[in-house]
Ligand binder design. Structure first.
Ligand code: MSP
Length: 534
């Protein structure tokens, strides 16, 4: 049994922007966290390469679609995973042989079960969103689209088609889908997406055209090579073909059904309506959960390539680094709701929360252990009320953060982790170890036994702070793997973070894991200040 998580597979008509990076980063944080619980995890991402949108883009660039997608995948989409420090287990391209074989097997199965029929399609199609658009949703374009029909759903231009196509009897699945949403309220989340999907299905479903015969950049329908599969119907299958469907039954049995499909809200319907219906038709289990996130808004507007407000992830990573990038998108937005992002906000949070809040804490503690104990972790004395309060808060925050991850609320998990950062900073301010150190250094002048007592107290304070940092290194590892590894190393903690049961999330709060005598070294500046002109 694995914890199997997917991102949408991305269209390779263009280079990635931070909207794409968003889903991939959140999926990576979730899966790294689950790995650190000691679970078996499978994290899948990939690229959606067929269909008219990609084909036309390739034609505009004077290359074949295969050349185009090869180029974009190698120069843009795979490097994005490096840029964002993504630890995916698999990357599927829909132009791969395994996807073709699995998709054809799935289609043949549907056909053999009588779940596909031939008919005539006449209606509107949006190439921009690769989607059939109902007559009621087609309106006259304005501005640049003057004289064209556009989709009221997303403003993309539509084209009129009349074609003989294969159909999937989606209308027959409305009741079973409603039953699914009813009996499994978590199937589609958050609530807003669930409500939208339920009311969409309640209005009644139309059968779906699932093949195209006027171009051939796609996977051939196995029993009729004059048709290729409609790109969405083929793309959704990536979640099963990557798991071995039709090729490796044993692996498929282990991985499927997926635990979570992470998607943007624009594609929630495909995942929560069409996809489960296809699986039901094929007699396969449906995924456990589809989680739809909101829009990244830039200057109040949905960010997209066509509006020229599309920001490339590497523009931000070059300045802030991948850790801060991952932190920002997970912390500053509520996963599931629309949210605004800006350079100013990212910069402000970087300095306040990462550089001053967390980074400074780590370097202060290491520096004091260096100065007062020659860099060797002393033995802690008995805990007083202040230490007990820190320990209790850490226990509670670890538990709450873990629960937040189960709800797919990374922003809440990080808020819990930051309670620890703040508690430790507050603890140091109140305990003022630099003052205690003065008493310790005063020797006999401080009064009989006072210097020894102060030395013991100093040790307790710094060990408490170092233990707190250890907890932070564990909890932040899924979010900021580079900074956490540096911190872990500076705490002299062995072996590498994430490798041992001690570094599991569940063990994070267990106090006293750093052995006496651990060599604490200076922490390299985890989040150097950013001096920029903007
Ligand atoms: N190829 C399809 C998905 C097929 S999955 C079987 C597709 N690709 S996409 O590249 O256009 O979009 C991928 C994801 O990026 C979607 O989940 C979409 O919601 C997300 N985003 C695109 N722009 C976005 C924002 N401005 N903000 C947040 N996410 C956005 O759709």
């Amino acid at each position: 049994m694995s914890y199997y998580v997917t991102t949408p597979i991305y269209y390779v008509n263009d280079a990635p922007h931070i909207g794409h990076g968003y889903t991939t980063v959140i999926g990576d944080i979730l899966t790294r966290w689950h790995r650190q619980r000691g679970e078996d995890v499978w994290y899948l991402t990939g690229t959606d390469e067929h269909g008219l949108k990609v084909l036309r883009k390739a034609e505009q660039n004077g290359v074949t679609p295969q050349e185009w997608t090869d180029r974009l995948v190698e120069t843009e989409w795979k490097p994005l995973l490096e840029t964002l420090d993504i630890a995916n287990d698999d990357f599927i391209r829909t132009s791969e042989a395994r996807h073709e074989a699995g998709s054809q097997a799935f289609w043949q199965d549907l056909y053999d079960r009588g779940e596909v029929y031939k008919g005539e399609f006449t209606g509107w199609y949006s190439v921009g969103s690769e989607e059939f658009v109902a007559e009621d949703d087609v309106v006259d374009g304005e501005g640049d689209d003057e004289g064209h029909k556009v989709s009221a759903l997303d403003g993309s231009r539509v084209e009129h088609l009349t074609e003989e196509n294969y159909f999937f009897p989606l209308s027959a699945y409305a009741d079973r889908l409603l039953e699914l949403y009813e009996s499994n309220p978590d199937f589609i989340q958050p609530e807003s997406a669930r409500n939208e999907v339920v009311s969409f299905v309640r209005r009644g479903l139309k059968d779906l055209s699932i093949s195209r015969s006027t171009f051939d950049w796609g996977i051939k329908v196995p029993w009729d090579h004059s048709h290729v599969m409609y790109v969405w119907i083929e793309a959704l299958l990536n979640y099963v073909t990557a798991a071995g469907y039709g090729v490796d039954d044993e692996r498929f049995g282990e991985l499927w059904p997926a635990d979570v499909h992470l998607v943007g809200k624009d594609i929630a319907r495909f995942h929560a309506v069409i996809w489960p219906a296809m699986l039901m038709a094929a007699g396969r289990p449906v995924p456990h959960r589809v989680f739809a996130h909101g829009w990244l808004l830039v200057g109040g507007q949905k960010m997209s390539k066509s509006k020229a407000n599309g920001i490339r992830p590497d523009e931000l990573v070059d300045v802030f680094g991948s850790d801060a990038y991952r932190y920002y998108f997970a912390r500053a937005l509520t996963f599931g709701a629309d949210g605004s992002i800006s350079w100013e906000d990212m910069r402000a949070r970087y300095h306040a929360e990462l550089a001053n809040g967390f980074g400074n804490l780590a370097s202060r503690v290491a520096a004091m252990i260096g100065k007062y104990f020659d860099g060797a972790l002393p033995a802690a004395g008995p805990q007083g009320p202040a230490e007990e309060a820190v320990v209790a808060l850490v226990e509670e925050s670890v538990l709450e953060a873990d629960r937040a991850i189960d709800r797919i609320a990374p922003q809440d998990a990080l808020a819990q982790v930051w309670r620890i950062v703040e508690a430790l900073n507050g603890y140091l301010t109140e305990q003022a170890p630099w003052q205690v150190a003065k008493t310790a250094a005063a020797g006999g002048d401080a009064g009989p036994g006072a210097a020894e007592a102060a030395q013991g107290r100093l040790a307790t304070i710094l060990v408490t702070a170092a233990e707190g940092l250890r907890v932070l290194a564990v909890l932040l590892n899924p979010v900021m793997p580079k900074a956490s590894a540096s911190l872990w190393e500076s705490l002299g903690a062995e072996p590498a973070l994430g490798a041992l049961a001690d570094q599991r999330i569940s063990a994070a709060a267990a106090w006293g894991r750093l052995p006496e005598g651990s060599v604490i070294t200076k922490v390299p500046s985890l989040f150097p200040r950013i001096e920029d002109a903007e």
